[in-house]
Design a protein around this ligand. Structure first.
Ligand code: ISL
Length: 567
């Protein structure tokens, strides 16, 4: 029997990327007062929790995922007073606030790193990963980095500090040095900071790349990627030997004994189902759920810039395995989108003729899985990928660095641009489209990132006024999770696993069964082989994505998705 129900089984989380959500002061960058001004919209949508991407003091090298003060708000976003008001106003609407916790690394401008870098004898020297050049090599010589690891943001993971002649580790940008979690002082400093936010009223944390904090010692070369020179360091830092110990310690030091409904979700690239069971087993006191990456890697070839179309069979096999793997112990998080992923309707649906239908289909399929669904800002409007003109259109450090590295290696500019158009994180970062006015109601100034030209058609004002919009479909799905115990806690059975066009499954609890059937193509599809087909043909239609009551699970129109109920 699956473990007992928990409050977050019937909750839906909405992710706000503050920079692109709503500007309130005309500087072209979203801010906390902007978020406050849209809380009623979020309450109408019905979400239970808001996860705020980082708003801490930061040089913004990686849009706030490089933090220089964990206990203050970046002036771009507002003040601590604004933050307190946001928490109070969200709570008044029954919405919890979850912070982004970025503690695999800090900014290189964080006082901890400034102190650490100041001298080899600094008391904070071993708060970070400092190492001499590779044995027998001169600091700064090509290949003298302590290991051959390739950074997530291109180039080596090691940066030479000229003064001391040593290198520091940065899995991400050179302005994001990795903290050394082996040092208990580091861990205690992080826990104290987390307690300070909880005491201030926040309701939990989304933990950035938290499965990378424990490294395998000594740090050593990884398998060479392609023709080299870089290697894959991930065997040395994905779910390292002390990861469970660190998360259990964090739980003890930060969360244990606190009343109230708190949420913890660990972002865990490359995590396996087997590991996820351990991380999310309530009896182990680590985290409530993890973000896994398998399903958002299925359209990658050798690497994320080598894209291929999604094969529905792969998607069903992957998500089905995660559903089965966490059926008895642990819990899934469910997402198509976040600030690092291209827009789902462009990626997995049809953002042209069937934009509305396919956006609703993706929502239906995801929200009816077992797990906690996450909605990324604008997803509920069916926002689409950005039409990037040229290299200067990309702002994200990952895209900018990749462009320089790939064209530097001789790849054709147009090919690199096409890869970026499909895969760039900037696709998710264009401003939320609130209305049809020149800057889509996002700002009265000049937006830091241009609003999407389709905002006159795709915008919140129109969506809220139209009962058949993508927005209202999300609202109904969220309501369904709140009101139907089978959505929150029912078991999951995949059907028609071999169909290349149809995604079908049931959810069952206490004599109630829901059947979800979705056509992932732009053509009509007959659905054959459904168990108990005739009973389902006569069953009650709970929800569909075509605005009429003719829907049957046995024949689906283009991108049609239906939810029927028995019992
Ligand atoms: O988007 C990615 C690159 O293709 C991922 O590898 C991403 O970098 C990874 O999921 C970690 O993401 C998180 O940590 C990064 C930050 O840039 C991302 O925005 C954040 O979600 C470093 O803090």
């Amino acid at each position: 029997m699956p473990a007992e129900s928990q409050w977050f089984h019937s909750a839906v989380v909405y992710q706000v990327y503050p920079r692109s959500f709503q500007d309130s002061d005309g500087d072209g960058i979203g801010d906390l007062r902007g978020v406050i001004s849209r809380l009623d919209y979020l309450a109408t949508l019905g979400v239970d929790v808001v996860w705020l991407s980082p708003i801490y003091t930061s040089p913004q090298d990686d849009n706030g995922y490089d933090i220089s003060d964990y206990q203050d708000i970046d002036p771009t976003f507002g003040t601590l007073e604004d933050f307190d008001e946001l928490v109070a106003q969200a709570h008044a609407r029954g919405i919890r606030i979850v912070m982004d916790l970025v503690v695999n690394h800090t900014s290189d401008e964080h006082p901890w790193f400034v102190e650490s870098r100041s001298s080899k004898d600094s008391p904070k020297r071993d708060w970070y990963w400092w190492q001499p050049p590779r044995e027998g090599m001169e600091a700064g010589a090509p290949g003298a980095e302590p290991t051959n690891w390739h950074s997530f943001f291109s180039g080596p993971t090691w940066e030479l500090d000229e003064t001391s002649g040593e290198y520091y580790l940065h899995l991400f940008s050179r302005k994001q040095p990795d903290l050394n979690w082996e040092n208990p002082q580091v861990r205690q400093a992080v826990y104290a900071m987390m307690r300070w936010w909880l005491d201030r009223g926040v309701d939990g944390f989304r933990m950035d790349v938290i499965n990378m904090i424990s490294k395998v010692l000594p740090l050593r070369d990884g398998p060479v990627i392609g023709a080299g020179p870089w290697g894959d360091g991930s065997p040395s830092f994905i779910c390292g030997p002390r990861i469970h110990e660190f998360l259990q310690e964090m739980h003890r030091e930060v969360f244990e004994g606190r009343a109230g409904k708190l949420l913890t979700v660990g972002e865990m690239p490359a995590v396996t189902v087997e590991q996820a069971v351990l991380f999310t087993d309530p009896a182990r006191h680590e985290v409530d759920m993890v973000f896994q990456f398998e399903h958002v890697g299925l359209d990658h070839g050798e690497h994320k810039w080598d894209r291929r179309p999604l094969d529905l069979l792969d998607l069903k096999a992957s998500l089905g395995r995660w559903q089965a793997g966490l059926a008895e112990v642990g819990w899934n998080s469910l997402y198509w989108n976040n600030h690092d992923q291209p827009r789902a309707v462009s990626r997995f649906g049809d953002d042209g003729q069937y934009r509305v239908e396919s956006a609703k289909l993706l929502a239906t399929v995801l929200h009816l899985h077992r797990g906690t669904p996450y909605v990324y800002q604008g997803e509920e409007l069916g926002m689409t990928n950005v039409p990037f003109a040229d290299a200067s259109s990309f702002k994200d450090i990952e895209s900018v660095n990749y462009y320089a590295a790939a064209t530097g290696q001789g790849l054709l500019v147009e090919e690199v641009l096409d890869a970026l158009r499909l895969g760039s994180r900037d696709n998710a970062r264009s401003p939320v489209q609130w209305d049809g006015s020149p800057h889509a109601g996002f700002t009265t100034g000049t937006p830091w990132f241009p609003v999407h030209p389709n905002h006159s058609e795709v915008n919140a004002e129109r969506a809220v006024a139209d009962p058949d919009s993508v927005f209202h479909h999300y609202r109904r799905l969220i309501e369904l999770r709140h009101t139907e115990p089978v959505v929150a806690d029912g078991d999951f059975t995949m059907l028609l696993a071999d169909s290349p066009a149809i995604y079908a499954f049931t959810r069952s609890l206490d004599g109630v069964t829901l059947l979800v059937v979705a056509n992932f193509t732009g053509e009509e599809q007959k659905v054959t082989g459904l168990p108990e087909a005739q009973r389902w043909a006569d069953a009650e239609l709970l929800l569909g994505n075509y605005p009429d009551a003719d829907a049957t699970p046995l024949a689906l129109r283009p991108w049609e998705a239906t939810v029927h109920r028995l019992g």
